[in-house]
Design a binder for this molecule. Structure first.
Ligand SMILES: Nc1nc2c(c(=O)[nH]1)N[C@H]1C(S)=C(S)[C@@H](COP(=O)(O)O)O[C@H]1N2
Ligand SMILES: [Mo]
Length: 205
């Protein structure tokens, strides 16, 4: 007899996650991995792909796919919290730390915010100091597999401590600014910062 019902033990895992203090308020646990985004899944062409760093940096940069792939890679396991109230724990990501990318361009002292840029004009704003955490990665892999296109492959940003709309799929670069410039969802009613532990879901909350 299985101990768990046919939800693969989801309820038991959720109870444990709550007891361990790993589930932010108002979130429920998912053991699957939903696909969520606005618009279509962009087509990837390695010969045309580039990653651009601009704004308040010492050296504006444009990295080609091969150059980005050659940056030092690390693994980091972290949790993922979507504002639509699901969380997925213990995701094993492999990719390049934000800090290892930024190092090549060097932030100017007045840079305080980033606007992260993706395919099809998707953007998200994040304070620069939040991106300097060691678990913030540009990820190529999830749980040992190359990131599928629907989950943001070939490359997505992962910012575990903020709601997942900040974990920009199909990322193509970022711009550093001295002020906060709202991104796509942030202009459409989501919170400018988005701390899941404070339930900063919508602007004004
Ligand atoms: N480029 C882009 N990135 C995006 C989004 C989007 O619409 N476009 N949606 C965000 C939202 S709201 C969530 S919850 C996560 C979902 O990632 P997943 O589909 O891999 O679960 O991607 C985020 N990154
Ligand atoms: Mo989301």
């Amino acid at each position: 007899m299985p101990i768990f019902g046919d939800d693969g033990g989801r309820r038991a895992k959720e109870k444990q996650a709550k007891a361990d203090g790993r589930l932010p308020p108002g979130q429920s646990l998912t053991v699957k991995w939903p696909v969520l985004h606005y618009g279509g899944v962009p087509h990837f062409d390695a010969t045309k792909w580039d990653f651009k760093i601009s704004g308040l940096v010492e050296t504006a940069l444009r990295l080609r796919w091969e150059e980005f792939r050659a940056l030092p890679q690390v693994e980091s396991t972290s949790d993922f919290h979507c504002v639509t109230r699901w969380s997925r724990l213990d995701n094993r990501w492999k990719g390049v730390r934000f800090t290892d990318v930024l190092e090549r361009a060097k932030a100017k002292p007045e840079a305080e915010y980033a606007l992260v840029l993706a395919e099809e004009g998707y953007t998200s704003n994040i304070p620069l100091k939040d991106l300097l955490r060691p678990d913030v990665l540009f990820a190529f892999e999830h749980d040992g597999e190359p990131l599928t296109a629907e989950h943001g492959g070939p490359l997505r940003l992962i910012v575990p401590h903020l709601y997942a709309w900040k974990s920009v799929k199909w990322v193509r670069g970022f711009m550093l600014l001295d002020h906060d410039r709202l991104g796509f969802w942030e202009r459409n009613g989501y919170h400018a910062y988005g701390d899941p532990w404070k339930e900063q879901r919508y602007s004004g909350s």
